[in-house]
Design a protein around this ligand. Sequence first.
Ligand code: GRF
Length: 210
Amino acid sequence: MSPERRAVSIAGRPRVAILISGRGSNMAALIDAAPALGYEVALVFSNVVDAPGLAVAAAAGVATAALDHRGHGGRAAFDAKVDAILAAHDIRYVALAGYMRLLSDPFVAAWAGRMLNIHPSLLPSFTGLDTHARAIAAGCRVAGCTVHFVTGELDGGPIVAQAAVPVLEEDTAETLAARILAEEHRIYPLALAALCAGRLRIAGQRVLGG
Ligand code: GRF
């Protein structure tokens, strides 16, 4: 049976897995918004077995799985095991939420067009780490966050949604991160819902619909 036919809940909601490595505040926002937005968070997976977000997910009644990424004989081998876990949970869409792993090419290809990430900058500016401090140091007047499709290019996939916030004179990386995080929690569920509802179309580097 094709994934399109299979990976929906009994209530007909697309089954989503969220991949995390840490506290999981975006994960929690995605879980909280799910009933109203028409997708089902069917699994939270972590490569960090004691990631705080796993307990949050379990408390919300979401199935969890964890597998330490070390000792599997390489990135692709680990990702293949993650893929098997996703298949076992009948997952149709993947949302990366603070998943601190580079993904192997086969994994990215398997989930092409069905996997989103949230990044704390206004892409294509400030890919990678330390985005808030770098935005302040660069003198940016606005900063923000981006939800994008995952491709083989780090933080480089087609952009689904963005939100901007002002950079204030007194901002530290921490205060700016907190202001941006509130926007992450707002736009990520909306972007995921749009994907799950089939409202997004990728046209080159652009995403149409939403
Ligand atoms: C967020 O800032 C997200 O944009 C980035 O990693 C952080 C994860 O935070 N990809 P949380 O675990 O969702 O709280």
